[in-house]
Design a protein. Structure first.
Length: 403
């Protein structure tokens, strides 16, 4: 399937426009990285505690920040999370607020501060933040139904029913203990009224990463990126020539710098899933570049008398339909993932959305023109034109065949 045939777009004639575009976005990203926001590393790399909290009503971020300040947690990162209708908030403690020993204490401090904001009676427990095992143990000790030998199994089932009702029927947050009428026996309901209260929030998830683990992950992520680029350089060196590998790796560096720069400009955290997306887009961009390079190599053999710039232009035009079809369909997929995939996948999908656009662009506007620039430089240096896809050894082989 082809969208169009016999296009004749002068891509190399627009090389300076491409260069200006790349310089603007690369420079903006580098300025943000070095002078503005830096590289906004997530908790995976910095270490710390992330607490995902769901509220019964629209949360007031200023009140949450004030409550955390009173608890001794200075300058925590607080932001709305997911769709506004979900009333979810992400509370993050950076490494400077915690130590490896105190990470769990930091999580509990966040919960305690939020509970103090909504309820002053410290003798009661918060039912919205009590897990099924803790609730089952409470019921077993209290034994409000006087079950005797059958108590453990029965109370475990009641605790699980309570947790399921809270999560599946009430979105994780009970409005009052009376919400459980008809779900748990009346004796259990009376016991809960005396020893429990319901806050206006519930902790949905907690992520904890120690500083040493974060440092190791940061080092491993960097090395994984560098090793992948080095491996691709060697592969292209053997399959084509060194200049092809250099052009492809420069294009991948270009894609990575712009993608990370976008995250820095937007001040979006870079997590392990974002690193996975960056490695994915490196492979995707490299694959697209190889397709263009392969067509250039084929055309060099067929059109040896034509200037390399014309051969490169023709090769890009011949693969343009394939590039738009594959990149366009992939872009629509990751765009849907970004729009509808939820907050957990937002960073991953955003990196892919940016990366696919920039990766497709760099295969045409960065990698291929480098071949022409290399030939021009080599011609000025040696005084003769040698097409970069034909090495001296191959020329000797052709001479032998002719003889």
């Amino acid at each position: 399937m082809e969208l169009f045939r016999n296009t004749n777009i002068d891509f190399l004639g627009k090389m300076w426009y491409f260069l200006a575009f790349s310089l603007i976005f690369s420079t903006a990203g580098l300025l943000s990285i070095f002078f503005w926001h830096g590289i906004p590393l997530g908790v995976d790399f910095k270490g710390g505690t992330l607490v995902y909290v769901k509220f019964a009503s629209t949360p007031n971020l200023d009140q949450i920040r004030t409550a955390l300040d009173r608890s001794g947690l200075k300058d925590p990162k607080i932001q709305s999370y997911g769709p506004a209708a979900n009333n979810e908030v992400l509370v993050a403690l950076e490494q400077k607020e915690t130590s490896e020993v105190a990470l769990d204490r930091g999580k509990n401090t966040i919960i305690k501060a939020l509970e103090t904001q909504s309820h002053e009676n410290s003798s009661q427990q918060d039912l919205n933040n009590t897990g099924p095992s803790s609730l089952a143990q409470y019921l077993l000790n209290k034994d409000p139904m006087h079950l005797g030998t059958d108590a453990q199994q029965r109370y475990t089932a009641i605790a699980q029913q309570t947790d399921d009702f809270r999560n599946k029927q009430r979105g994780g947050v009970l409005a009052s203990i009376d919400d459980l009428k008809g779900t748990v026996p009346q004796e259990v309901l009376n016991a809960l009224r005396s020893d429990f209260y319901v806050s206006n929030f519930a902790v949905r998830n907690v992520e904890i990463v120690g500083p040493q683990v974060g440092s190791q992950l940061r080092h491993q992520a960097l090395m994984a990126t560098l090793y992948s680029l080095a491996g691709m350089l060697v592969y292209l060196w053997f399959r084509f020539e060194l200049i092809y590998g250099v052009g492809a790796v420069v294009a991948c560096f270009h894609d990575t710098i712009i993608t990370v720069g976008f995250f820095s400009l937007l001040n979006k955290d870079i997590s392990l899933t974002v690193i996975a997306a960056i490695l994915t887009l490196i492979g995707y961009s490299m694959n697209d570049t190889i397709v263009v390079f392969d067509r250039i190599r084929e055309n060099i053999k067929l059109l040896r008398r034509e200037p390399l710039a014309d051969i490169v232009n023709r090769s890009i035009n011949q693969t343009l339909s394939r590039t738009i079809l594959t990149s366009g369909l992939t872009f629509l997929t990751v765009l849907s993932l970004y729009l509808f995939g939820g907050e957990v996948l937002r960073g991953f999908s955003l990196a892919l959305v940016i990366g696919i656009l920039i990766g497709t662009y760099s295969s045409i506007a960065i990698a291929a023109p480098m071949l022409v620039a290399y030939q021009d430089w080599r011609e000025r240096r040696t005084g003769r034109s040698v097409l970069p896809a034909v090495s001296a050894s191959r020329e000797r082989e052709k001479v032998k065949v002719k003889v």
